[in-house]
Design a protein around this ligand. Structure first.
Ligand code: PMP
Length: 441
């Protein structure tokens, strides 16, 4: 079984020198959790500039869905790069953009015709959804959820409610957005327990908000992540999204599913909303869609995407190389990866659940497919957040050659490439076991 290989102290000599240079020349706004300076990567293995080899359970923040540098994706990119690098899909036509839009439209289970707007990032996809919702409904108000992350451009940031630092000094943001509690059963905002609660978290919008402060006929859209990613890998109760969808339909509000992190097979279905039996009006995608090339997509039913020529566009959106990489990515997901996600996701949950039986500090283990999180607590009864332990566990795992990232205030997320094998999941769980034992065992 292949294991990580750590040959130097971390960071090694080359990495240390490069980090000093980075500190001198790069924006200090980034949040580097540990000193990893990447040289190259293949599959789920990442090599740093000093020759150390790490097992990657981050996939570059849930982006390298087909594994680092999948040979078929690399081939497709090379072939496309020989033919056409850029021609501005906003002003001209070309085949990869049309083919990808057609393919994305076909992925919707309701069989209706969908149209696609392409950008380069998740924030751009959300920004486009935000603008389209206003254009289409001619309404000014919007609903989003506490704990949500939708991006960092001013519109997307206005919808985001993840960490105060992301908003500090940026006010005033776009007005008219009301944040409401998400369906977060482990820390139920209403102190109820499931299923007796009747998914009050969703019904509160209609029962309280619409009766007191927010006229529903003025609401353009509800923006929601099917599973909150940055917010802590939070899976809402099964009825949550159906209730939201019913409320949206009743008042002519658009339901926007931000699938930037949860989409493209990561949860074992092409879109995570499929787990909840809901077809949203608008879907935003990015991250895993093109295996690492920059691409964002906002997809809406054709009758909703009715904005006029000139109302929105972006020079690099729908870059032909990114579109071609996305077409191959989708092919791989459909042909083989989705089945693997379901098997390995369950295997990972089994491993983490077994560890939870040993370590008190693992308060909650949750997820779907390969979008999995563990919430660390000081005490299972009080659920006091163990943020420092979480941070130390991630650092220990790094020193042992396992790459992990945090999410929420006190959770670790597991989002490996969708190509991950059972052996690699076992290596991850066994390193995590050692790291937790050393920090909080
Ligand atoms: N939406 C969600 C659900 C996300 O997780 C993210 C990124 N973490 C974004 C939007 C923003 O994506 P990007 O960083 O590509 O702008």
């Amino acid at each position: 079984m292949k294991q990580p290989k750590i040959k130097t102290k971390l960071p090694g000599p080359k990495a240390s020198k490069l980090i000093d240079e980075d500190n001198a020349f790069m924006s200090p706004s980034y949040t580097r959790t540990y000193p990893l300076v990447v040289d190259k990567a293949k599959g789920v293995w990442v090599q740093d500039v000093d020759g150390n080899e790490f097992l990657d359970f981050t996939a570059g923040i849930a982006v390298c869905s087909t594994g680092h540098c999948h040979p078929r994706v690399v081939r497709t990119i090379k072939e496309q790069a020989e033919n056409l690098l850029h021609m501005a899909g906003t002003d001209f036509y070309y085949v990869p953009q049309i083919s990808l839009a057609k393919k994305l439209s076909s992925l919707f289970p309701d069989g209706t015709n969908h149209k696609v707007y392409f950008g380069c990032t998740g924030a751009e996809a959300v920004e486009a959804a935000f603008k389209l919702a206003r254009q289409h409904t001619k309404r000014e108000l919007n609903i989003a959820f506490f704990g949500s992350f939708h991006g960092r451009t001013m519109g997307a940031l206005s919808l985001t409610a993840s960490k105060t630092i992301q908003k500090k000094n940026y006010n005033p943001l776009v007005p008219g957005i009301t944040h409401v509690p998400y369906g977060y059963c482990y820390r139920c905002p209403y102190d109820h327990s499931y299923p007796q609660c009747g998914a009050e978290c969703a019904h509160w919008i209609e029962d309280t908000l619409f009766r007191t402060t927010m006229p529903p006929e003025e609401v353009a859209a509800i923006f929601v992540e099917p599973i909150q990613g940055e917010g802590g890998c939070v899976v809402p109760p099964p009825e949550f999204h159906r209730a939201l969808s019913n409320i949206a339909k009743k008042y002519g509000i658009l339901l926007v599913a931000d699938e930037v992190q949860s989409g493209m097979g990561r949860t074992g279905k092409m879109f995570a909303m499929e787990h909840f039996g809901v077809v949203p009006d608008i879907v935003t995608l990015a991250k895993g869609i093109a295996s690492g090339l920059p691409l964002g997509a906002m997809i809406a039913r054709a009758e909703i995407m009715d904005w006029e020529a000139g109302s929105h566009s972006s020079t690099f959106g729908g870059n032909p190389v990114s579109c071609q990489a996305a077409l191959t990515t989708i092919q791989l997901i459909e042909e083989e990866l989705m089945a693997n996600v379901n098997v390995q996701g369950q295997h990972l949950l089994n491993g983490l659940n077994a560890l939870q039986g040993v370590y008190e500090c693992m308060g909650d283990v949750r997820g779907k497919g390969l979008m999995v999180g563990v919430e660390f607590v000081k005490d299972r009864k009080t659920k006091e957040r163990a943020t420092e332990w979480r941070d130390e566990i991630i650092m220990k795992a790094f020193q042992k050659g396992l790459l992990l990232l945090g999410c929420g205030e006190n959770s670790i997320r597991f989002s490996p490439p969708l190509t991950v094998t059972s052996d690699e999941v076992d290596v991850c769980v066994s390193i995590l076991d050692e790291a937790i034992k050393e920090v909080a065992g």
